[in-house]
Design a protein around this ligand. Structure first.
Ligand SMILES: CC(=O)N[C@@H](CCC[C@H](N)C(=O)O)C(=O)O
Length: 385
């Protein structure tokens, strides 16, 4: 059975109701298995992994394989409280598919249902990946050896939905699509005290405020404005009550750059600024970094040029070349190991990615399934590599 548009939308809504955080995607995992069990099983093999228990890998045996083509869909959601008033809104309190991974999984199921019913020429591996938003699920999967032996992938594809692109439009480029990111935690140790006697304390909130302001000068004054970088601290914790000076502060942020050199430069400057503030405020500042698998997403030029050429000439696909974006993706790690292409799928949402009102247009799902299966059918019939 090939899933039709109505069934795909129903599946997406079910997934939307059960969003789960990174590495905790157990309900999602069970639901995906249930859907996959309804597909013809003749060429299909489903694999689970005890080391990465929420992941799912589906292998479809090709009729005359020359290669194995991989397709990756991420599964996790974000700690965001949904504000959309929908009959199918999130049922998991404080968690929302605010990055559209429900759309990604549904497109993957659409592609799978098509090839489970129409045996492909090449082998296909569809990988449902946990933990894209944090914890580097793609890196974990690769480093655990999930793509080895029969499951070794020769070229890998994956999509991400895009709130600003018109519904159903496919976009990519043949270079860098997404930034690399590094998570950064900053722990500031001052001295707590009474709000009325600041001279006896060392206010961690004041130090944090100076730190946050100074690090933004890295972007505005230390890097070539033609190149780009981002530093965002999305979370700050300090203090317990208005009339106690906070002795400690903790900041959690993310650094982005289109090249690894840029990421490393920003990291170095943050540490220098922290050292300067330690002296000027007589405090202790610890800076911790974790890049994990969030390498810049570098599309393979040959495969991506072919992908673009196909998309541009197929009159049933709307395609546009897109500039690099400062979003991160641990698909960057997989593309660092295996050549491939990441692309956008337009969903024209009024709310941006990661927002409480992210609301993708569901017609994009069928457009994504159609565009990618049409491309794959063409790609599998090419003689060249
Ligand atoms: C597509 C998207 O929104 N991806 C995330 C990836 C997060 C990477 C890492 N946890 C970080 O925060 O740096 C993004 O925020 O771009």
């Amino acid at each position: 059975m090939v899933l039709d548009e109505h069934q795909l939308i129903d599946i997406r809504r079910k997934l939307h109701q059960i969003p789960e955080l990174a590495l905790d995607e157990f309900q999602t995992h069970s639901y995906l298995k249930k859907v996959i069990a309804t597909f013809p099983q003749n060429y299909l093999e489903l694999k689970e992994f005890k080391e990465l228990p929420t992941a799912l890998l589906v292998h479809i045996q090709g009729s005359n394989p020359k290669r194995t083509i991989g397709y990756r869909a991420d599964m996790d959601a974000l700690p965001v409280t949904e504000e959309n008033k929908l009959s199918y809104a999130s049922k998991n309190k404080g968690v929302m598919h605010a990055c559209g991974h429900d759309i990604h999984m549904t497109v993957a199921l659409g592609i799978l249902s098509y090839y489970a019913s129409n045996q492909p020429k090449d082998n296909i591996v569809v990988f449902f990946q946990p933990a894209e938003e944090s914890d580097s699920g793609g890196k974990k999967a690769y480093d655990l050896g999930l793509f080895q032996g029969k499951y070794a992938v020769d070229e890998f594809y994956g999509l991400h939905d895009n709130a600003d692109l018109a519904t159903g439009v496919i976009g990519t480029n043949a270079e860098t699509l997404f930034a690399g990111t590094t998570e950064v935690n900053v722990i500031i140790q001052g001295k707590s005290g009474h709000a009325a006697f600041p001279h006896n304390a060392n206010d961690a909130v004041i130090i944090a405020a100076n730190f946050i302001t100074q690090v933004q000068t890295i972007i505005s004054r230390n890097i070539d404005p033609i190149k780009c970088g981002v530093i965002t601290f999305g979370k700050i914790e300090a203090g317990t009550i208005r009339n106690v000076i906070a002795g400690t502060a903790r900041l959690e942020g993310t650094i982005r750059g289109l090249t690894q050199d840029m990421i490393e430069f920003i990291r170095k400057r943050i540490v220098e600024i922290a050292k300067g503030l330690e002296i000027s405020f007589n405090a202790k500042i610890t800076v911790e970094y974790n890049q994990g698998g969030y390498y810049p997403v570098e599309n393979d030029s040959k495969l991506s040029e072919r992908f673009i050429k196909y998309m541009e000439q197929d009159d049933q696909v709307r395609f546009q070349i897109t500039k690099p974006a400062m979003t991160g993706e641990d698909f960057g790690y997989l593309l660092n190991k295996i050549p491939g292409t990441m692309f956008w799928l337009g969903v024209s949402s009024p709310g941006s990615l990661h927002s409480v009102d992210f609301l993708p247009h569901e017609e994009a799902i069928m457009a994504g399934v159609r565009a990618f299966t049409r491309f794959l059918n063409y790609r599998m019939n090419l003689e060249e590599d």
